[in-house]
Write a protein that binds this ligand. Structure first.
Ligand SMILES: [Zn+2]
Length: 564
């Protein structure tokens, strides 16, 4: 394997508290090492550049049934944005839902090396892993949807948390999942009969379980299983005016389950859950209230779900929300029910600067990121592709680092939204160190990825080098220069190999699939009673359900010891 020596770069490695120090980074056999032979190693002169760990994305829809359906219904998304085949890369299409290979190349070009697919119906696990296998270069993982799974609801009804934990352990290892995803808890099951959940106390038809019981029950399960990440929650009432109250209530619901300052819950794409007001006309930002709560509590992490003004494709397991979006827009709509597990919906969408609601949403995402004081608590995402494609990250970083960049966008947006936006009163501009936290270090830490998001000896040699001269560039003024450099990393290094140089893919390597291998006191086998119920509930036999490890092109299990 190649030995590499990255010399004289300004290193930003927040996990190890390195803030722009000029230093060398040595790489051997895919790992960061203390030193390498100066004569043997390939050298990269990073003088006048910044060096960071490879980017980590905690929430991006890149694989699985809803992503594929999104591709199917949007030929117009493909015409406008395509990539030609090169000697190194395959061709591909898609602005908001790029095809698998293109997804990997585009992340690698921006210096990202680990991405998490946040939504997988357990029944669709094989298909999801097939697509993940096809995404080159980056490491990836996927979160099974468990909040509305009939088995989960049955255990919660009894209630039997230990048995539920053993069952979830079986499902997670069977589907090669990484973390527990909960979407509109209870709402997806209710949507099966045309209704929805409107508060944490509503009762799910037939099961008589509440969203609060689902969140708390699975939070306890998460702890019993010692999973590396917390429960990953898309709140009830997402995308509904007034829903910041539900977001606060959701965070409060697990306050008492957090121990020793550990995280207990991740609220995803929080922008969509921080709306104040009674309806769309009176919509206002609830970012201040959410930020005040997060600033005073240590059990929560969030990601932004930042809007960008573009045409995109929305896709979520939140079927009832997508139905509402379809009714609002009259756009194409796909509604899907995955047997007894989850719902899903897909609707194309365009966010417009001149639209009051869209401009207010744009403001809310940035307000959250700037009002939450600790960057270890809020991460950069667009909930790709829901609020915009992941390729917009450099633009968003520009807004976070520069008030001038924010003002330039605000000048062109809806005047009423502009006058009500909190952004004009926020002077904060994030620095490179804080951006490194929000785009890699914080995300890796929240995900429990010990070898990623940092550059200490022993870490994976996943590294991004950008042509930004930290001593001469003022991101507040030169945000366009920063944006350009972030779009096309000078070097992206994956497992110690240079995979992209100046935004061109130079080497086509495969990424691994990370999954959580849960070791329980006794093996979690599925019993005869459960098998019988599989026959009653599903259209496939239980034996068809598990994804064998050899199904993953490169399997990288993270083993945890459960307390059940
Ligand atoms: Zn999402």
């Amino acid at each position: 394997m190649t030995e590499l020596l990255i010399q004289n770069g300004s290193v930003y490695d927040p996990i190890n508290r390195i803030n722009g120090e000029k230093m060398d980074i040595a790489v051997k056999d895919g790992k960061i090492v203390a030193s390498v032979s100066e004569t043997r190693a390939k050298k990269i002169n990073a003088l006048g550049m910044i060096v960071m760990p490879g980017g980590v994305d905690i929430h991006t829809h890149i694989a699985g049934s809803e992503v594929n359906t999104g591709r199917l219904i949007r030929p117009e998304d493909h015409y406008r944005d395509f990539e030609r085949k090169t000697t190194m890369t395959r061709s591909g299409v898609g602005h908001s839902v790029p095809s698998t290979f293109t997804t990997g190349y585009r992340y690698a070009r921006m210096g990202y090396t680990t991405v998490m697919n946040p939504s997988m119906a357990p029944l669709e696990a094989k298909h999801t892993h097939e697509e993940l296998n096809d995404i080159p270069i980056v490491d990836k993982a996927t979160y099974p949807l468990v909040g509305d799974w009939w088995f989960v609801l049955e255990y919660l009804k009894r209630p039997n948390i230990k048995e539920l934990a053993r069952h979830v352990a079986w499902m997670m290892t069977s589907t090669k999942g990484y973390a527990l995803k909960i979407v509109n808890p209870g709402g997806l099951e209710a949507w099966g009969s045309g209704s929805n959940m409107h508060s944490l106390e509503d009762q799910i038809p037939y099961f008589c379980v509440t969203p609060r019981e689902i969140i708390r029950g699975l939070c306890k399960v998460n702890k019993l299983l010692n999973l590396p990440h917390t429960i990953h929650v898309h709140t009830n009432n997402l995308g509904t005016p007034g829903n910041y109250v539900t977001a606060l209530e959701t965070m409060r619901s697990v306050e008492d389950l957090a121990e020793n300052d550990n995280h207990a819950i991740h609220i995803t794409h929080c922008q969509f859950s921080a709306f104040k007001g009674d309806d769309w006309r009176t919509l206002e930002s609830g970012a201040e209230e959410v930020a005040n709560y997060v600033n005073c509590h240590s059990h929560v992490t969030l990601d932004m779900g930042q809007i960008v003004f573009t045409s995109t494709t929305t896709m979520t397991a939140d079927g009832p929300f997508q139905y509402n979006l379809y009714r609002l827009t009259g756009n194409k709509w796909v509604n899907q029910d995955v047997e007894t597990e989850t719902s899903t919906g897909i609707v194309p969408f365009r966010y417009r600067r001149r639209n009051y609601v869209h401009a207010t949403q744009w403001s809310i995402g940035l307000e959250l990121a700037l009002l939450i004081k600790d960057p270890w608590k809020i991460f950069l995402t667009t909930d790709h592709p829901n609020a915009g494609p992941f390729t917009s990250y450099p633009r968003i970083i520009g807004w976070l680092m520069s008030k001038k960049a924010r003002e330039a966008t605000m000048k062109r947006m809806n005047p009423r939204a502009r006058s009500r936006s909190l952004l004009s009163s926020i002077a904060r501009e994030l620095g490179i160190y804080e951006i490194a936290i929000m785009t890699r270090a914080g995300q890796a830490k929240a995900l429990g990825l010990k070898d990623k998001g940092h550059l200490a000896v022993g870490a994976d040699a996943d590294i991004a080098i950008y042509s930004i001269d930290a001593s001469r560039t003022d991101p507040s003024r030169d945000y366009k220069t920063v944006r350009k450099a972030l779009k096309r990393a000078a070097y992206t290094i994956k497992n110690g190999e240079i995979v992209s140089k100046d935004g061109e893919i130079t080497r086509n390597v495969k990424g691994a699939t990370l999954w959580t291998n849960i070791k329980t006191s006794e093996p979690c086998e599925i019993d005869e009673d459960m098998k019988a119920r599989f026959r009653d509930y599903w259209t496939v036999e239980c034996e068809n359900y598990p994804v064998a490890e050899h199904y993953l092109e490169i399997s990288k299990p993270i083993t945890v010891k459960a307390e059940v």
